[in-house]
Design a protein around this ligand. Structure first.
Ligand SMILES: [Zn+2]
Length: 124
């Protein structure tokens, strides 16, 4: 079985940040010259999710093994479940969780508690 990596069909929107003359995606670097705020500009992202976007990584992994949101909702409908799955809600929750985990880890590392091979050095 050939697995085509679904990077193009991950449907990941660009994550724009405000620049002086427009907006720029923090993932792929795609920029638009516009007077609109970042949340009003939409584009399909061409890069992998950021390391703390756990929800997008899970969605990308599931799409790689053939389970996209549309497929999952189709299966649910066939099983008689009328309400659509809360995929987007779970994805957003996982992204938030990942962001909090990475922020907490950076804070711990910055405080020196778990930093720079101190445990390894003691064991030698
Ligand atoms: Zn992008």
């Amino acid at each position: 079985m050939i697995v085509i990596f679904p990077l193009r069909c991950a449907m990941l929107p660009c994550k724009f940040s405000q620049q002086t003359d427009g907006v720029k995606c923090v993932r792929c670097g795609h920029s638009e010259i516009t007077h609109h705020p970042p949340e009003r500009v939409h584009a399909e992202c061409m890069a992998f999710p950021l390391s703390d976007e756990w929800g997008h990584w899970v969605a990308l992994f599931l799409a790689t093994v053939g389970l996209r949101k549309e497929t999952w909702n189709w299966i649910r409908r066939r099983l008689g479940l009328i309400e659509p799955c809360n995929c987007d809600g779970r994805e957003a929750w996982l992204n938030t969780l990942g962001g909090r985990a990475v922020t907490a880890w950076r804070r711990i590392k910055a405080s020196g508690w778990a930093g720079s091979n101190s445990q390894v050095d003691r064991e030698r």
